[in-house]
Design a protein around this ligand. Structure first.
Ligand SMILES: *[C@@H]1O[C@H](CO)[C@@H](O)[C@H](O)[C@H]1NC(C)=O
Length: 763
């Protein structure tokens, strides 16, 4: 099994974003450790896989596809006739025997319904062992077409995907046409050398004479074989309305049994979806998994802007994607135009054609007319959304001043699939809180201008040699238009409930300086604290200043209610004025904020698809390669950023969380989805502490690292495993600190070190 061993590295290379990945951080001992361990692990895995392949061969030897055939003969589609038998050789020519006179046939030409034999499929399926298709989780992506017109839509996409070298790309031809495979490829201008895809011909003998039901069964049978040899993570087809009818029926029923996700490219949308070629199999297989809810908090007297925001959501492009749910939080007084607009709003538009579709519009209306305090407003806002499933349900926070580009949903979907569901780079991605659609022009405090970092300061030579706009990570919340991942939202809920409990406890922390401009709603201040303590980032778009995916309009600007000047009714004492609670967490500004004066760039038109719009040929950079910008707008190296987060967390525990010194040799356990570890209420149980790494020997460290890298590779449920990986990694990072300098000493917790020294990162 030499071939397997030799090819394994290529499999590891697959899926990562660039081939010079190892250059990053090569100089550090940590990196060389990792490299050595990875090599070791690779050898062991290769050996196991080799043995497994040997076993497969011994058990499945007798005839090509023998056992599989038997399996399919006994059931498959529930017929007793033998069908779907792969054979070798060129296959029969001429016409199949005609049925006896008087038998019903649907079509004069499509009369044959005899046994199905595949003459071409077995050979190519046997040729793909190097794609690890016998494993259920792998990197195989299958394009399937029956109709020649659909094939010519899919072929360029398949070749494009193969070029990015993240997946093993397969294309299978099914259906009735009898044109030679080579001929099909030639007509479509495919050079087998240049286009690194695997081609399969799953057309049975006498395919052009197949009756409708034989054609359908042949597609289903072929998908059965393909599944055994390939376990495709996703099947990509043309719009079924454009395909042969039997193809859609068979693919639908068969993939439902096999549980493979199917992506149908909507008619004429191949170019718009070109970004999908940059995704890996993990991301593509999550195509239908995630949901996005849009949360809009509408202040009073904002009808004009709210209507414009919702209209821009309606006008965006959702073809081939699941449209988002819209949640609108209404003020106590709804003005008549808004009321009328919402009364007649139909969302999603497909309800009109499909009466079974449920409405996806949710309205919430507030009853108390009294103004809310900053704390109450934050709670109110957070409570209006909670993810149904932490791994798949995400929320887009949208200001009613926002107007979205028709492309915004493609933008979000692409980033969500890459940064949330890719099988690669799981540990680093766990630090991503979400994706902002807006690129602000001012710093968080709203007074100084903000200049986004360009490609030249990115952490990888592949990018830093270039100029121009680039996506970057900023430790700054965004309330205008930002997608927040479901699991992070859950953690924010936990943070806020602990934070408020502490604020109302017997010994509340002193009110802290407000860092975020009061032009942004009060909850952003809490989110900033969580982001800094955990080292979370929001990804900001890399677009030139002349283009934007969302315009924030100022002409109808309303400050957040909690920071707004008193209303006329309040002034006349008609309504009781807001009493500031002595428990406020942040120093409330004395005067209301001035309206922001942001530059309103034109929206990106739909004629500029994402792969043209985004920098680097729309290849999304890995998390560590992007520039990291602190909340105050300073550029940090990824290592400094990590250190800053640890220091901030330690100081936060002391100053806000009410924690004293941690017991010797112990530190707080960070649980997924909880921020409880940042607070002390005096009732902490023993299990809320874990031992600080006290494994002085290299062997112990090695074991831990093996587990950690395995955890990051396995991809069961992305949310849970990613957070486990993150935790293990933290533990490992500390271990390496003790191991690499060769001194046997109990590793100090990062928290303790940070706690002693006052740092430049703290305010
Ligand atoms: C606003 O933030 C920027 C960047 O952190 C800082 O340079 C500036 O001094 C701040 N302005 C005020 C008024 O605090």
């Amino acid at each position: 099994m030499n071939t397997t061993t030799r090819r394994f590295p290529r499999d590891e290379e697959l899926g990562k974003k660039d081939d010079d990945h190892d250059k990053l951080g090569k100089a550090t001992p940590w990196a060389s450790w990792r490299a050595r361990l990875r090599y070791r692990k690779r050898r062991i895995t290769a050996l196991c896989v080799g043995l497994f392949v040997l076993w497969l061969f011994v058990h499945h030897m007798p005839e090509p596809l023998g056992p599989v055939e038997k399996r399919y003969g006994q059931g498959g589609l529930g017929t007793s006739q033998p069908f779907g038998q792969p054979r070798r050789g060129p296959g029969p020519t001429g016409t199949p025997p005609r049925p006896p006179q008087g038998t019903q046939t649907e079509d004069a030409k499509h009369y044959f319904s005899g046994p199905i034999k595949f003459y071409q499929l077995g050979r190519t399926l046997h040729g793909i062992t190097k794609t690890w298709g016998y494993q259920t989780v792998n990197r195989n992506v299958l394009f399937a077409a029956s109709n020649l017109r659909s094939a010519s839509v899919l072929i360029p996409i398949a070749c494009d995907m193969a070029k990015w070298n993240r997946n093993y790309v397969h294309m299978v031809f099914m259906g009735r046409d009898n044109m030679d495979l080579d001929e099909i490829l030639e007509i479509n201008g495919v050079d087998r050398e240049e286009c690194d895809a695997f081609w399969h011909d799953a057309r049975p003998d006498y395919s052009e004479y197949s009756s409708e039901s034989r054609a359908e069964k042949s597609v289903a049978a072929a998908l059965g074989y393909i599944n055994d040899f390939m376990h495709p993570q996703v099947i990509i087809t043309d719009d079924w309305a454009q395909e042969d009818a039997f193809f859609g029926t068979a693919v639908q029923s068969k993939t439902k049994l096999q549980r493979h996700p199917v992506v149908q490219l909507p008619k004429g949308a191949a170019e718009k979806f070109e970004w999908m070629t940059r995704l890996d199999a993990g991301s593509l297989s999550a195509w239908h998994k995630s949901t996005i809810d849009i949360l809009i908090h509408a202040p009073s007297e904002s009808s004009g802007s709210l209507i414009r925001t919702i209209k821009s959501i309606q006008d965006a492009d959702y073809q081939g994607l699941q449209s988002p749910r819209i949640i609108v939080e209404l003020p106590p007084e709804i003005d008549p135009p808004t009321k009328h607009f919402l009364d007649t709003l139909v969302w999603p538009p497909s309800i009109k054609e499909n009466p079974l579709q449920a409405s996806q519009l949710i309205l919430r209306h507030r009853i108390p007319t009294q103004k809310l305090s900053a704390e109450e407003a934050s709670i109110k806002f957070m409570e209006s959304f909670y993810p149904a499933a932490s791994g798949t349900s995400h929320v887009l926070l949208l200001s009613p001043q926002a107007q979205l580009s028709p492309l915004y949903y493609h933008y979000l979907k692409y980033h969500l699939l890459e940064y949330r569901y890719s099988t690669y780079d799981e540990e680093d991605r766990a630090k991503l809180l979400g994706v902002s659609v807006e690129l602000p022009s001012t710093q968080l405090n709203g007074t100084s201008p903000f200049t986004p970092p360009g490609a030249d300061v990115m952490n990888d030579p592949k990018y830093s040699k270039q100029k121009g706009a680039a996506p970057f990570l900023w430790q700054a919340p965004n309330s205008n238009a930002a997608l927040c991942f479901g699991d992070k939202w859950i953690e924010l809920h936990s943070f806020l409930s602990n934070r408020i409990a502490k604020q109302h406890s017997a010994s509340p922390p002193k009110p802290r300086a407000k860092l975020v401009s009061p032009a942004h709603p009060s909850w952003t201040e809490y989110l900033l604290e969580l982001m800094r303590a955990r080292g979370y980032w929001l990804l900001y778009p890399g677009l030139p200043p002349s283009e934007t995916l969302v315009t924030i309009h100022n002409e109808l600007y309303h400050p957040p209610e909690e920071f707004a000047p008193p209303t006329a009714a309040e002034k006349n004492n008609a309504v009781e004025p807001l009493k500031l609670s002595e428990h406020e967490a942040f120093i409330v500004p004395a005067s209301p904020p001035p309206p922001p004066s942001t530059h309103e760039a034109p929206l990106v038109p739909p004629s500029r698809p994402l792969h043209v719009l985004l920098p680097f040929n729309a290849d999304l950079p890995e998390v560590p390669h992007m520039a990291h910008v602190s909340h105050a707008g300073e550029l940090l190296s990824p290592a400094d950023a990590e250190e800053a987060a640890a220091e901030y967390a330690a100081r936060f525990r002391r100053e806000v969380g009410g924690c004293g010194k941690e017991p010797k040799g112990k530190k707080r356990v960070v649980k997924a989805g909880s921020a409880r570890d940042l607070f002390c209420f005096g009732d902490e149980e023993n299990e809320e502490f874990e031992n600080v790494a006290a494994l002085p020997t290299a062997v112990a460290a090695e074991t831990l690292m093996e587990t950690s890298s395995l955890a990051s590779k396995s991809r069961t449920s992305s949310s849970s495993s990613s957070s486990t990986a993150a935790h293990t990694r933290e533990a490992v990072a500390e271990l390496v600190g003790t191991v690499s300098d060769g001194v046997d000493r109990p590793g100090p917790t990062t928290a303790e070190t940070g706690g002693e020294a006052d740092s430049k990162y703290l305010d």
